[in-house]
Design a protein around this ligand. Structure first.
Ligand SMILES: Nc1nc2c(c(=O)[nH]1)N[C@H]1C(S)=C(S)[C@@H](COP(=O)(O)O)O[C@H]1N2
Ligand SMILES: [Mo]
Length: 169
């Protein structure tokens, strides 16, 4: 009886600890991987990497904003997953991230940019972004909400065909 009670307490302790603290283990992607995160992260689903397919990203919650950009002469509706939600899901501990694209374009994005709530957009004006128009993921900023975003320093962070993030401490 003593043994049983002890076992019960031990099991409850482990269950509560796991539930309250760490995020659930990152599942394996089942569709094409569109984003790979490496570097200073706590959650992985491949050696040293957190790999996401579209469904895994969208499960983190899709939000939207409408903004003008240097690519269009009218404001557009951008829908996608907040960068912050993705970083939280992998337990990113960094000060900056190196964002890279399919064409190997790369640029450093400081964690301070999270204050602007950038999105990893998957849709523009209701259309899914394809490889031909800057997809499948496009890092976008709510430029019309913040004057300071109207600057080449930030335009260069609108990484289209984004496919990699490396978290740096
Ligand atoms: N994938 C990718 N994203 C990119 C770039 C690029 O070359 N490749 N150029 C960046 C830069 S430097 C700027 S200023 C903006 C605008 O680039 P554009 O005027 O060539 O479209 O997109 C940014 N995003
Ligand atoms: Mo640029």
């Amino acid at each position: 009886m003593r043994g049983f009670a002890f076992l019960l307490v031990a099991i409850l302790g482990v269950a509560c600890g796991a539930g309250s603290r760490a995020a659930e283990a990152l599942p394996l992607p089942t569709g094409p991987v569109i984003l790979t995160i490496t570097g200073a992260i706590e959650q992985t689903n491949a050696p040293g990497q957190a790999r996401f397919d579209r469904a895994m990203l969208e499960a983190l919650g899709v939000t939207s904003f409408t903004t003008g950009s240097v690519w269009a002469d009218h404001p557009q509706l951008f829908e996608g997953v907040p960068l912050k939600a993705v970083l939280e899901r992998v337990g990113a501990n960094g000060t900056s991230m190196l964002a890279s694209a399919l064409n190997d374009y790369e640029i450093a994005i400081p964690f301070e940019d999270l204050k602007f709530s950038p999105l990893l957009a998957t849709k523009v004006d209701g259309r899914a972004l394809t490889l031909r128009d800057k997809g499948p993921l496009w890092m976008v900023y709510p430029r019309d909400e913040y004057d300071e975003l109207r600057d080449n320093r930030y335009e260069s962070r609108w990484v289209w065909q984004l496919n990699r993030l490396r978290i740096e401490q």
